[in-house]
Design a protein around this ligand. Structure first.
Ligand code: FAD
Length: 106
């Protein structure tokens, strides 16, 4: 089985990629779906202590998904919460879309 770092990297890739393709103007149904998905994700994530902490975080900071921008930033902040816990650098959320959707401009 993947170790928790490999699992984490793959999972963040999936989650940020979902944010990158989330509609800019989601319907209320699409907003309900992403919230339900994140709720179940946090429950089923197969690193149990990670999942416990992430569920606690999601209770405090409920999913915001009224637009791609809003969901992308919510997810970026959630990822930063884990970065902080692990002593990793905080990612600049102004750049999440460049990292995960449009590609770096350089
Ligand atoms: P990762 O954190 O996996 O990030 C991958 C890439 O995403 C980075 O290289 C960077 O380009 C980009 N990135 C970084 N930060 C952001 C951001 N804020 N927004 C957008 N893009 C960003 N590990 C534990 O040891 N303990 C835990 O409790 C734990 N909880 C986790 C909870 C969840 C929900 C997930 C998905 C993972 C969790 N992990 C946990 C794994 C951990 O977050 C990392 O995935 C793992 O440590 C590997 O880190 P990494 O340095 O390769 O980069």
């Amino acid at each position: 089985p993947p170790d928790k770092d490999e699992l984490g990297r793959s999972t963040w890739t999936l989650l940020h990629s979902i944010a990158a393709t989330y509609p800019t103007a989601p319907t209320s149904n699409e907003q309900s779906e992403i919230k339900a998905f994140m709720g179940l994700f946090a429950k089923l994530y197969p690193c149990w202590f990670c999942a416990d902490d992430f569920q606690r975080y999601m209770k405090k900071e409920t999913v915001r998904a009224a637009s791609r921008d809003e969901f992308g930033n919510w997810l970026c902040n959630a990822h930063n919460e884990v970065n902080k816990k692990l002593g990793k650098p905080i990612f600049d959320c102004a750049k999440w879309e460049e990292r995960w959707r449009t590609g770096w401009k350089d």
